[in-house]
Structure formats: structure tokens, C-alpha cells
Ligand binder design. Structure first.
Ligand code: PEP
Ligand code: MN
Length: 583
């Protein structure tokens, strides 16, 4: 049995992380929660725990000085760094509601990471707690529906709390890098498991012109790749600074050891904190199904248990997409977003990418208002050959850039075979437009990629034809398909198309693939999109895709159906009480 110490209480992030880390190695673990980080260091030195865990830095709030300082002060030995996704949930007692909250407790850094969400709840006062586990326990013990805690989902289970909101950090890519440390004699130390090593040092240079640059040059000349450099004040030496640096590689490597010896000579103070294994960010714990609280009585039917389903006669024509092939349903993870996991996913962006300003402004606006994926066409299937055809690859690059800048995965339409490979490298999801639903060569080509495909229903396609089209993609080896109902041609001309919402429950029975609705193309008129977005959720869709433009009157395509940022905010707030940031 291994004992590992952390700061906090059962259900805190470090506790969850330790359990996952040692659990994955099949080790039996006892975690020891202590009031302060210093207590963790002391417990290691006293032999009360074999390992300890200390935070080093967070991707939203920066360095935790305490982690580096305690390693230096107590000569702790770093074993490996562990990157952990901070999956913040707002947890309350059963019966609590967002509107009724008066206090929200969490670790002060966690409150900072969720600043924008908290600003949307002006009636609730943020209150610092010693850690997330303690906050969750307090809420559970207090049984007060006016108080909630921000904590990991595991804390909800541990303390019997319910989730009031998910994905509440200021940015979905919210990772903390922790350091697993030990304090045992050299011969008992944990052996390295990875060829990927990192080294951390702490140093101060004399107050002499160019000295810092010269130290860094020594490292650069030795081929050392710095991954972090940060300065902080030196207590007692006013306006002098101490530097933390992390770099790739092991300090025992001859070239690095020689470079460090030179740096050491140039510094007034130098501490090698140690070299340790590196855990890559890809291994960071995935976000689990985002379950948005439902508002105004609309709940997502997607999450209700699957009813007993009659097998459809045509299922033999599309064995791979048929519900029976995967009765539990397909879930796709796209960036940090889970599609088909019972949550309701909102994809938004312009019909066409028109300019850098337009796509960046839209990306930022929709992200801030609750979209989790960014759409934007660059190759446009226009009825009229003289209409705006899209910016082509320049537009794709702008979309990808805006996606990276906002942390949103991207989706864009691929129109022809020769575009498939490059598009698959540039964006996260490939869209097959309605007009290409039965372009079988194109379907086969995207079926040979590993990207998720958003397959839109053809203008006059039956649902079985849509399923057969999806089967083309799966038959080539790509199982990641989302079906999208976007309206069909009927005798009705009042709306651009007739949004066939009955497609959702029918498809749900016939296939395990996730199902989206595109109310923008479905009705083609801005003011009717909102009720149909609600209807899409009510009927059990896994998400919607909508068109948004900073200035709809000037949109170069589909202007009549483009939502303003304010329209979009209203739609989102109705769908899931996702916070709306700003106007
Ligand atoms: C689009 O999404 O911009 C589009 C052209 O959609 P559809 O293929 O459904 O018409
Ligand atoms: Mn469009």
C-alpha cells in the first residue's frame, strides 16, 4: 500500500489526480489530505507518506510559487510532472438552483479561474475555501441550497452533491501541472519510466548588465530547450529577482551538466531542483460528458435511457450505422467537447469566413456566449455561380487560426475530393454539405480520414438515404460521423426549407450516431431560429449548428438567417443556462 500526501481534503483535485495516477498503475493507494502544502513536505521528510503532490502552474492563472519553493527548501526529489485537466463543476445540494445561490465556495485560485462565470451570478458571493474538497464537504454538511462549491465531478459523488453547471472555467483548456515528489534515500528513489525528461532550476544572477542573457545563451548553445522562465522578487533583496526555469532533458546528460556548471558560476544563487519524467498533455484526463442543467423545462431527451427499439427493415443496408451495431450510442470527443454524451453541444460561426476581423470577432463572441465549436465555410456551394464562393484556403487558414486563438475546435465544408486531405489537416471536423450528401466518392474519401464528419441531410434525401450515405463513411473505416438535419424541400415556401424535426427521434431509433439540427438553414429566417433551437433540444438532438455574424446585414452569404451576437446569447441562455458573458 502506497501513501501519498496532498494539500486539501477528500475529493480535491490532487486527491483525484493521485487516485487516477496510481490506479492506472494498478497500485493500492492511501491518500493523506493535509491542511497546507508545507505539511505535505514535512510528511514526506517524516516518512508519513511515500509521495507528495505539489502544484507547479496552471494554464489560466500561472505559477504556484509554493511548489517550486518547497522542493528547494526541503530538498524534495521530483519524480514526474502530471498534467491534469481541471474539470470545474458547480455543485450544490439537491434542490439548489443557480438563481437561488448566495455563496459559492472554492479554492481561491479556482475562483479566479472561473471569474467570468461567477460574474454572471451577481447574487452569489465567491468565498475562498482551503480547497475544493473542503468546499464540497462544507456544502454537503451545511445542506443549504443557497450555497454551492466549485469542485471536480468526483467530489459530487463523494459528497452526494448535484451538478448545477459544468465547463465553467474561463477557458476550456484549463490544465494544472503538478509535481509528484518524494524524499527517500537515493537507492530507494522511483526509477524513471520515460525517455522524456524535464529539469527545473532556480537561480539568481548578480545585478550586472546582460548576465541573465548570458546564462540563457549558455543553455541555448548547449541545445537546451527552455519550456518556462519566470522571475519573482527575492525577499530581503529588494528589486532583485530569482528565476525559475524549466527545460527539456535530464541534468545528468553530459552536455546539460556542463552547461549548468557554467551557469552556476555566473549566478549568485543556483539550485538544481531536479530532473523528472514528463507526462504529456494528451494524457491529461479527458473532460467527461458536459451535462448542462436544463432550463425552462426543456431537457435533452438524448440523455434519457434508450427505449426498446424496433429493428428497422432497411437496417441490413447500413449494418455499421444501425443502432444494433452499437446500442449504447456513439460518443465523439472533439477537442474538449463530448458529442453524443447526453450534453447539448452548440456549434456556431459565420456561414462564410469573410475576413480575419469577421471570423475572429465571431469566434470570440460565440465562445464567450457558450459555443463549444466554431463553424465557417470557405468553399461555399452556392446556387448562383456569380454569388460569393468563399475565400478558399485563405478562409480555411483564418478559421483554423481563430479556432486556435479561442480554443474552439473548427468545422468547415469540404466540397471536392482534392480538398479532403488538406482540409483534414486544417480543421477538426469536416462538413459534407447537403448538396454533396450523395457524392459517393467524396463520402469514401472522408471515410478514409480520421476526422469526425458532420454529414448534412440532402435537400431531398430520405432518412434512409442519409443513413446509407453515413454507411459509406463508416465502411471506409471512419466511425466518427455526426448526422445533421438541416431542412428539406417540400411544397412549403414560407420557410427556406422545412425543418424536419421528426428526423431526430426516427434517426435515434435507427442509428447509434449522434444527431444535430441546423435550424439556420432549416428555416432561413433569423427570428425563427430561436424557437427551433429549443425544439431541437426538446426533441432529443445532441446539439445544434447555427450561423452568427457580427453584422448580418453585410453577410456575404445567408444574410437573412445570420444571428447577431445578442440573438445568439439569447438562444444559448434559453438552451442550457450557459452563462452569457458581456452583451
Ligand atoms: C452551410 O452549412 O453553410 C451549408 C452550405 O449548409 P447546407 O449544406 O446544409 O446547405
Ligand atoms: Mn450557410
Amino acid at each position: 500500500m502506497i501513501t501519498a500526501a496532498y494539500q486539501g481534503m477528500d475529493g480535491a483535485y490532487s486527491d483525484v489526480l493521485l487516485r487516477q495516477h496510481f490506479g492506472a498503475r494498478g497500485e493500492e493507494l492511501e491518500t493523506l489530505g493535509l491542511p497546507t502544502f508545507r505539511d505535505v513536505a514535512v510528511a514526506l521528510l517524516a516518512g508519513r507518506a511515500r509521495y507528495g503532490v505539489l502544484p507547479l502552474e496552471n494554464t489560466l492563472t500561472g505559477t504556484f510559487r509554493v511548489g517550486y519553493d518547497l522542493v528547494a527548501q526541503y530538498d524534495l526529489v521530483p519524480v514526474r510532472d502530471i498534467v491534469f485537466r481541471m474539470d470545474h463543476r458547480l455543485l450544490g445540494v439537491p434542490g439548489a438552483t443557480l438563481a437561488g445561490l448566495e455563496r459559492i465556495e472554492a479554492h481561491p485560485i479556482v475562483l479566479e479561474e472561473c471569474g467570468r462565470f461567477l460574474a454572471t451570478l451577481p447574487g452569489a458571493r465567491p468565498v475562498p475555501a482551503i480547497d475544493t474538497g473542503a468546499a464540497a464537504r462544507d456544502v454537503a454538511e451545511g445542506r443549504n441550497p443557497k450555497v454551492a462549491a466549485i469542485a471536480p465531478p468526483e467530489a459530487a459523488q463523494r459528497y452526494g452533491l448535484v451538478e448545477l453547471a459544468a465547463n465553467i472555467a474561463d477557458h476550456p483548456d484549463n490544465f494544472t501541472r503538478f509535481l509528484l515528489v518524494e524524499a527517500v534515500p537515493k537507492e530507494q528513489r522511483t526509477p524513471s519510466e520515460s525517455a522524456k525528461r524535464r529539469t527545473s532550476v532556480l537561480f539568481a544572477t548578480a545585478h550586472e548588465h546582460g548576465l541573465l542573457a548570458r546564462c540563457l545563451t549558455v543553455l541555448a548553445d548547449a541545445g537546451v530547450n527552455l519550456t518556462k522562465l519566470e522571475s519573482r522578487p527575492r525577499p530581503g533583496r529588494t528589486w532583485e529577482y530569482l528565476f525559475y526555469a524549466d527545460f527539456e532533458g535530464d541534468a545528468a546528460t553530459p552536455a546539460i551538466a556542463a552547461a549548468l556548471a557554467t551557469v552556476r558560476e555566473r549566478c549568485s544563487e543556483f539550485r538544481l531542483l531536479g530532473s523528472y519524467d514528463v507526462e504529456s498533455i494528451e494524457k491529461a484526463t479527458p473532460i467527461v460528458a458536459p451535462s448542462l442543467p436544463s432550463a425552462k423545462g426543456i431537457s435533452s431527451a438524448a440523455s434519457s435511457p434508450a427505449p426498446l427499439i424496433p429493428v428497422h427493415a432497411a437496417a441490413k443496408n447500413w449494418p455499421k450505422v444501425a443502432r444494433a451495431a452499437k446500442p449504447e450510442g456513439t460518443q465523439l470527443r472533439i477537442g474538449g467537447t463530448l458529442v453524443g454524451g447526453g450534453g447539448f453541444v452548440i456549434v456556431a460561426g459565420p456561414c462564410s469566413v469573410e475576413s480575419r476581423e469577421q471570423v475572429f470577432a465571431t469566434a470570440e463572441a460565440v465562445r464567450a456566449r457558450g459555443a463549444v465549436m466554431l463553424r465557417g465555410g470557405a468553399f461555399k456551394p452556392r446556387t448562383n455561380p456569380y454569388a460569393f464562393q468563399g475565400l478558399g484556403w485563405g478562409g480555411v487558414d483564418l478559421l483554423a487560426e481563430a479556432g486556435r486563438a479561442t480554443g474552439l475546435p473548427t468545422v468547415s465544408e469540404v466540397m471536392s475530393l482534392d480538398q479532403v486531405e488538406r482540409m483534414a489537416r486544417a480543421v477538426d471536423v469536416l462538413q459534407i454539405g447537403a448538396r454533396n450528401m450523395q457524392n459517393f466518392d467524396l463520402l469514401k474519401a472522408v471515410g478514409r480520414t480520421t476526422r469526425p464528419i458532420m454529414l448534412k441531410r440532402g435537400l431531398s434525401a430520405t432518412l434512409d438515404e442519409l443513413l446509407a450515405a453515413a454507411e459509406y463513411i463508416l465502411s471506409e473505416g471512419n466511425p466518427h460521423v455526426i448526422l445533421c438535419e438541416r431542412g428539406i424541400r417540400t411544397f412549403e415556401t414560407a420557410t427556406r426549407n422545412t425543418l424536419d424535426l421528426s428526423a431526430v427521434p426516427v434517426l435515434r431509433e435507427r442509428t447509434h450516431l449522434p444527431i444535430f439540427v441546423d435550424p439556420s438553414h432549416g428555416v432561413g429566417v433569423r427570428r425563427w431560429i430561436r424557437p427551433l433551437a429549443r425544439a431541437a433540444k426538446a426533441v432529443g438532438a445532441d446539439g445544434i449548428i447555427v450561423e452568427v455574424h457580427p453584422n448580418p446585414a453585410e453577410a456575404k452569404s445567408d444574410a437573412d438567417q445570420a444571428l447577431t451576437f445578442a440573438d445568439f446569447a439569447e438562444i444559448v441562455s434559453e438552451l442550457g443556462e450557459i452563462p452569457t458573458f458581456g452583451a
